[in-house]
Ligand binder design. Structure first.
Ligand code: SAM
Length: 221
């Protein structure tokens, strides 16, 4: 089966910028507390639910995977771009990184305690989001957590709007509409953080972080 065009284009674009991205973005991630404000909460909830394996999907050069690892969870990274995965492996040789796509993860059903997608759904066309979220639900164990970070669109009449992202065609999404799609897969909302557009001097977009959980099904004795 051939890859959809958006995956081919996104992979080629990130392969081309990978070294520059790895020099610039991890430092910016560390410098802006909003970028990773929800990560300790995500990790804390995973640990409170017994721990387990966490996938960082669309991991880029692996700095967020390394942050998860530093907080005490067993994390691995998956990315579409072989160049990004090559850099992630050389920058963080102690961690596992794999080339792969987020809507067809090479993971057994219910195998993960957590899925993180930090600014990596931004290249997924709106009509493909439901399939991607269904995949996140499939791989999460009952009680497992999903954290999504993405540039937001503050009008819930619209699911998505494309914007002039420097690397490849990208979208910002309405947090309410994304939450609706996640609820539709059977996940439940735990928390959300929406950062004011004034905090984004470049584009003036709000930044959204949505934390969801796969419900634990109670069995009657
Ligand atoms: C903006 S970067 C974010 C990287 C990292 N998560 C961070 O926070 O800096 C988006 C990354 O997602 C990857 N990506 C985009 N769509 C993907 C998909 N469908 N499956 C796997 N990776 C994808 C890209 O190759 C790129 O490395």
């Amino acid at each position: 089966m051939t890859k959809p065009d958006f995956l081919t284009a996104t992979r080629a674009a990130y392969d081309a910028v990978a070294p520059r991205y790895a020099e610039d973005i991890p430092e910016r991630y560390r410098a802006n507390p909003f970028n990773h404000a929800m990560i300790p909460v995500f990790v804390g909830l995973i640990q409170a639910h017994g721990g387990g394996l966490v996938a960082d999907v669309g991991c880029g050069p692996g700095h967020v995977t390394a942050h998860l690892h530093s907080l005490g969870v067993t994390a691995f990274g998956v990315d579409l771009s072989p160049e990004m995965i090559g850099l992630a492996r050389s920058l963080h040789p102690e961690l596992r990184f794999e080339v792969g796509v987020m809507d067809a993860l090479k993971v057994e059903d219910a195998a993960l305690a957590g899925v993180l997608a930090n600014y990596s759904i931004i290249h997924t066309p709106p009509e493909r989001l439901s399939a991607t979220f269904a995949e996140f639900h499939r791989v999460l164990a009952p009680g497992g957590h999903l954290l999504l970070g993405f540039p937001a669109y503050d009008d819930a009449t619209k699911l998505a709007e494309s914007f002039d992202h420097a690397v490849s065609l990208a979208y910002r999404y309405s947090p309410d509409r994304i939450a609706e799609l996640l609820l539709g897969t059977g996940l439940t909302e735990v928390a959300r953080l929406v950062v004011s557009p004034e905090e984004d001097p470049k584009r003036g977009f709000p930044q959204a972080y949505l934390l969801f959980r796969r419900a634990i099904v109670a069995h009657m004795e």
